[in-house]
Design a binder for this molecule. Structure first.
Ligand code: FES
Length: 55
């Protein structure tokens, strides 16, 4: 099992790496990484979609 690592980008997303189990309400997904939107602008929430980098 890999340790979970979380990193933040200023004004951007939160990157999570490790042995992840994501429960998005339609069943559990197993992933090794996820990039989560923290700005609320993503059209694919909870995931990041670069909306925070558009002007
Ligand atoms: S943090 Fe980048 S789209 Fe929300």
């Amino acid at each position: 099992m890999r340790p979970t690592r979380i990193s933040f980008q200023d004004g951007g997303p939160m990157a999570i790496m490790g042995d992840l189990r994501l429960d998005l309400g339609d069943g559990e997904q197993i992933e090794t990484r996820a990039t989560v939107c923290l700005c609320g602008k993503s059209g694919n929430r909870p995931f990041w979609d670069l909306a925070c980098r558009e002007n």
